[in-house]
Design a protein around this ligand. Structure first.
Ligand SMILES: *Cc1c(COP(=O)(O)O)cnc(C)c1O
Length: 582
């Protein structure tokens, strides 16, 4: 068929189409002519707004569907609709308040005599007596609390007093003023250097450029690493709609980072051994992914994610990879030296771009100390060579490169009437006491001190692990790599066991999905493992014999939370609870 033949054949179709179009236009104009033009404009704009709202609703429902499955998505949608019914919201609030009242029951009468104003005449040194009196009413955590306090022995002796003394000596210093307190600047640099050396900074595979800063804790270290990686990926790859992928077992600090820094969070499932499923992470990576996360180990079950595989994945896709060593930082390097089978976890693993290491956990420093580390300075700040400037001066040609810096972690302010300002992390003023306390802890212990304490906590946790596996009715979750032992039960309500343990002074961590509890073994537990195992076995037996009892502890709340299909409602209750506390 020639072109002419084709056109001839198609002409009637075009004509009919044109006529139909013309007719439609006429009908539309006729019917719209009844309205004033301004109404037509308003109606079009409203329609457009409604459609875009509906589109957004569809998109967020689709996201929910993809992330949490059909059941949760439908429940969420139904709940949202129910909340729109007049009165329903009030009813839900009333029910929530009942739960909150229950959570607060023990505090309520006490709160009534809490101060709400300054005392008109100051108490002077008497206040110290009051502090001591209040402290004496706190729970006796010695030897009975999972994690929380990592230093061993009594609070007024040994390593405790050493850290306290260092803290007091520097309580009024501030690294924001390095000219006034050069000592603190030196301590911070040395804490960072000593910590990086534990993670391969001296090894050629690290690239020899590891750098970092001290922060107020694991969460701030994670916030900084995620924020720097976001800005780095925007500068390098132009990512403007950043996404982060974390294992479901990763710490809640990543949710905080995602919320604070407007990053979309995606969760990858763990495998049967409770380590993240690397294939699932791989599937979640897209052009917006800025960073993936692996924990060494994760807080809930104390198992190390496959760091080498995740590193290879990140390297291959050109994205950042954060290793969470908040808990494991001051254990794994030493446990490895002691001969425990610890997989690779540090900067010698290709692809690792940042890590967080808490000094206030197994580093045995004061609370409020952590280190964020980067493989190189580029992630923390990108240097951009902007242009080549050529000019003449005194008759000679000269050229300069104009450098610009993209600040990822730091904030520099040069236009403030308060002068030139530079700050490395979230806080402005920081406590030199914390830095000095961390430095003192590391220097006082040295490598031998840490080897010694790690040997003790590893031994103790292995004995606890073995003991738990011998208690009928209990099983240990996964294969703990370190000092966190999580356990559950197939035939008992494990939260009730937790409540009975609590009545005996034990403060363990309740976990869910699956329902379980854990103990994070610290130096406080060395020599008390027999008492722990005995109490645990007895608690298990008590629950076995009285399965219907213990309905007024935390067990029913955890039980209910586990059954609620919509986690948002549980979140609302938590927020409402916190909102009433201060
Ligand atoms: C403790 C911990 C963190 C951070 O917690 P902070 O309370 O802010 O110090 C992050 N990740 C893991 C695995 C942790 O154990």
């Amino acid at each position: 068929m020639t072109r002419e033949e084709f056109e001839e054949m198609m002409t009637p179709t075009f004509l009919i189409f044109g006529e139909k179009l013309e007719e439609a236009r006429r009908i539309a104009n006729d019917s719209l002519s009844r309205f004033e033009p301004v109404y037509v404009v308003i109606a079009s704009i409203s329609c457009w707004i409604m459609l875009s709202l509906a589109w957004r609703l569809v998109c967020s429902f689709y996201d929910l569907l993809a992330e949490q499955g059909l059941k949760t998505a439908l429940v969420k949608l139904t709940l949202t609709c129910i909340k729109l019914i007049p009165g329903a919201n009030d009813y839900i609030k009333k029910e929530q308040n009942k739960v909150i009242d229950k959570l607060q029951a023990s505090m309520k009468t006490e709160r009534e005599c809490w101060r709400s104003e300054l005392p008109s005449a100051g108490l002077g040194t008497q206040v110290i007596e009051q502090l001591k009196a209040e402290k004496s009413r706190d729970k006796k955590w010695q030897g009975k609390c999972s994690g929380a306090v990592y230093i061993g022995g009594s609070e007024t002796e040994g390593h405790f007093s050493l850290v306290n003394e260092a803290y007091c000596l520097f309580a009024h210093t501030n690294p924001l003023h390095p000219d006034v307190f050069p000592s603190v600047s030196r301590f911070e640099a040395e804490v960072v250097a000593m910590t990086s050396a534990l993670f391969g900074s001296k090894h050629s595979a690290s690239g020899g450029q590891v750098c970092g800063n001290m922060t107020s804790g694991g969460t701030e270290s994670i916030l900084m690493a995620v924020k720097s990686s976001r800005d780095y990926m925007q500068a390098r790859r132009g990512v403007t709609q950043p996404e982060i992928i974390i294992p479901v077992s990763a710490h809640s600090a990543y949710d905080k980072a995602a919320q604070y820094f407007k990053i979309k969070l995606r969760r990858a499932p763990v495998k049967e051994d409770l380590r993240v499923d690397v294939q699932a992470v791989k599937k979640l990576i897209n052009k917006n992914t800025i960073i993936i996360v692996g924990s060494a180990p994760g807080f809930p079950h104390g198992v190390i994610d496959p760091i080498e595989e995740l590193g290879a994945l990140a390297l291959g896709r050109g994205i950042c990879f954060h290793v969470d060593l908040c808990l494991g930082g001051f254990v794994l390097p030493f446990a490895k030296k002691l001969g425990y089978p610890i997989p690779a976890f540090d900067f010698t693993v290709p692809g690792v771009t940042s890590m967080s290491v808490d000094v206030h956990k197994y580093g045995l420093g004061p609370k409020g100390t952590s280190v964020v580390l980067y493989r190189d300075h580029e992630i923390r700040k990108t240097e951009i060579i902007v242009f080549l400037h050529v000019g003449t001066l005194y008759g000679r040609i000269f050229w300069i490169l104009v450098l610009d810096f993209e600040q990822h972690q730091f904030v520099a302010v040069t236009d403030w009437s308060g002068g030139l300002y530079i700050s490395p992390s979230m806080a402005g003023s920081r406590s030199g006491a914390l830095i000095a306390g961390a430095w003192a802890s590391m220097m006082a212990l040295g490598e031998e001190g840490y080897l010694d304490s790690v040997r003790k906590v590893m031994d103790t946790s292995q004995r606890i692990q073995k003991g738990i596996s011998l208690i009928p009715g209990l099983y240990v979750l996964g294969k703990p790599d370190m000092t966190v032992v999580a356990f559950g039960s197939n035939d008992l309500d494990i939260y009730k066991v937790n409540d009975v343990m609590a009545s005996r002074g034990w403060s363990l961590n309740a976990l869910h999905r699956p329902a379980s509890i854990h103990i994070c073994v610290t130096l406080q537990h060395v020599d008390v493992e027999d008492m722990f195992l005995k109490d645990l076995e007895e608690s298990v037996n008590i629950v076995k014999e009285n399965p219907g009892k213990f309905e007024d502890g935390m067990a029913p709340i955890y039980g209910a939370a586990a059954k609620m299909p919509d986690r948002g409602t549980v979140g609302d209750i938590l927020v409402a609870y916190m909102d009433t506390t201060c």
